[in-house]
Design a protein around this ligand. Sequence first.
Ligand code: ATP
Ligand code: GNG
Length: 226
Amino acid sequence: MEPPFGELSAVSGIPAVGPGLSDLFIAVEGPIGVGKTTLMRRLAETCGLRAEREIVGENPFLADFYADIPRWAFQTEMFFLTSRYTQLRDVAGNPRGVVADFHLRKNLVFARRTLSPAEHDRLVRVYDVLVEDLPMPDLTVFLDAELPVLRRRIAERGRDFETQIADDYLQGLREDYEQLAETMRAAGEAVVRIDVTDTDILGDEADFAAIRSRIEATAREARRAR
Ligand SMILES: Nc1ncnc2c1ncn2[C@@H]1O[C@H](COP(=O)(O)OP(=O)(O)OP(=O)(O)O)[C@@H](O)[C@H]1O
Ligand SMILES: Nc1nc(=O)c2ncn([C@H]3C[C@H](O)[C@@H](CO)O3)c2[nH]1
């Protein structure tokens, strides 16, 4: 049977020795509104990493997508895939010391949920070709939070079209990300999962310090495993 998120390499590119986080390529992942961009920014400010922020506002299909997912899903997923590809091609020149608020694999997470089987098959074929050229993160941070907290953060951010996001879509994504994190961990990738339901990354220095030290501990473990 095909693995749920495609084949995964068990070989991490993480250097065996290195200074904290500043020589790594780190990705932050998790469901919509969980705080990926917020954590990415704080890690960039405090750990000497370059922030690679996903360009979301430019997906011209997103508002239509939320109004009618089956109608607009293929265009939306292809657009996300190709724009992430372009972004990561730029990172490829110097992939050390980067923190991104996305992992390319999120394309497969969303695609499985939104595309018909035939569309999914087409997208995966393109994905498999594109991924060969790209640097993959050394370490992935998976954030999660309970559904009412996600809803509150999405509402506070105030993108109009996101008011249409259904609870079961959001909850499904939480489960998909949990599964992806486990799949990656089982394949030997450096993964840290952090529940940020009651965590204030923005305003509470102790909360942020606790998250940072968990990420640093995972990086140390991954280096030891090399
Ligand atoms: N730990 C937190 N506590 C309280 N509010 C937070 C926290 N993290 C993020 N926020 C707020 O929640 C909103 C969403 O955060 P952010 O944009 O970082 O999420 P995201 O995961 O990057 O979203 P998306 O999946 O849409 O890209 C923002 O208004 C942000 O200020
Ligand atoms: N369908 C779909 N596929 C993706 O790969 C994807 N990546 C992000 N998003 C949506 C979630 C937020 O509304 C908004 C910001 O993350 O964009 C996506 N939607």
